[in-house]
Design a binder for this molecule. Structure first.
Ligand code: NAD
Ligand code: UDP
Ligand code: UDP
Length: 299
């Protein structure tokens, strides 16, 4: 026993998770604590909630700091996962300037922290860096098809600039960077008003409200369960320092939004009707990750 405790203590890390009170961040915090690490969760609660981390608050290894990553942060940690950024189109378009600031200035501050402490930092990037992709499925080598001036640009270009900053901090300052490009993820802790498609459809079906299909519902997405995504992020952090990514993380199973709606209706037994609504501008027509690199490097 004593030996086991000693081993755990010696491998225990102090891990900073920005955006830790959000959907994915809260699962990551819980998993890191489960492995015996200390977690410093930093969040400004723009979209995250205390509820998401309610079960972690009593854990002596868990610390919560209300802080906006667009401002400098001086703490002592061993690893950084940078997730802070609203991810639902409804939320990231609410205050688009703040969205870009969060991605860009947040990246600079967290990279500055990683540089000072000489520690690894992982960036939660996104399939949105591929925009409305002309290559299908999307490989990491594809540079994307992104509108720089549309309503989604605050998020897409912010995340693209963050990737640029990560690679420049590596080239210029030798910071140990890791980039994962996350594809659509779902699971517990998505806010009922999150606005993303899986939670919208499920909440609408359970309430007996109309299922809102944007456009004709023929656009596709590929959905990954949050536990698998978090496992992928932690496997990425554990790779050797010379492996930076970017690496796609997601589930290649591809659905149209109409197929997703019928699956939700079938599983909930709901009698909700479909309501067709205008397709938002620049909504990607298709999205599916090529995950050969993740399979090879992360098993
Ligand atoms: P989320 O909105 O639930 O979580 C984001 C968290 O960041 C929230 O807790 C929010 O309060 C916090 N935050 C926002 N701005 C901040 C700021 N300036 N300072 C500090 N905290 C701030 O979204 P999520 O789905 O958990 O996404 C987490 C990360 O993963 C995001 O970076 C997102 O871009 C990325 N991602 C998610 C998906 C997905 O399908 N969920 C897909 C691609 C990428
Ligand atoms: N920074 C931070 N925490 C740290 C170190 C740096 O928040 O522990 C911020 C700092 O405010 C700076 C940014 O990260 O604005 C980038 O740091 P870097 O050292 O690259 O830039 P410099 O300070 O030289 O402008
Ligand atoms: N969508 C929809 N109904 C909704 C919410 C979203 O048909 O109530 C569509 C949306 O137009 C997009 C897809 O579902 O084509 C995925 O949207 P989401 O906001 O979940 O994520 P995105 O991949 O667009 O960032």
């Amino acid at each position: 026993m004593a030996e086991q405790r000693l081993t755990r203590y010696s491998t225990q890390k102090r891990v900073l998770v920005t955006g830790g009170a959000g959907f994915i961040g809260s699962h990551l915090c819980a998993r890191l604590l489960g492995q015996g690490h200390q977690v410093l969760c930093v969040d400004n609660f723009f979209t995250g909630t205390r509820n998401n981390i309610g079960s972690l608050l009593g854990n002596p290894n868990f610390e919560l700091l209300r802080h906006d990553v667009t401002f400098p942060l001086y703490v002592e940690v061993d690893e950084i996962y940078n997730l802070a950024c609203p991810a639902s189109p409804v939320h990231y378009q609410f205050d688009p300037v703040q969205t870009t600031k969060t991605s860009v200035m947040g990246a600079i501050n967290m990279l500055g922290l990683a540089k000072r402490l000489r520690i690894p930092i992982l960036q939660a990037s996104t399939s949105e860096v591929y925009g409305d992709p002309a290559v299908h499925p999307q490989t990491e080598a594809y540079w994307g098809n992104v509108n720089p001036i549309g309503p989604r640009s605050c998020y897409d270009e912010g995340k693209r600039c963050a990737e640029t900053l990560f690679f420049d901090y590596r080239r210029q300052h030798d910071v140990a960077i890791k980039i994962v490009r996350i594809f659509n993820t779902y699971g517990p802790h998505m806010h009922p008003n999150d606005g993303r498609v899986v939670s919208n459809f499920i909440v609408q079906a359970l309430r007996g409200e109309d299922i809102t299909i944007y456009g004709e519902g023929k656009q596709t997405r590929s959905f990954c369960y949050v536990d698998d995504l978090v496992a992928g992020m932690m496997a990425m952090m554990a790779t050797s320092p010379d492996f930076t990514g970017p690496v796609n993380l997601g589930n290649p199973g591809e659905f149209t939004m109409l197929e997703l709606a019928s699956l939700v209706l079938e599983l909930t037994g709901s009698s909700s009707k479909l309501q067709f609504m205008p397709l938002p501008q620049d909504d990607p027509k298709q999205r599916k990750p090529d995950i050969l690199l993740a399979k090879a490097e992360l098993d």
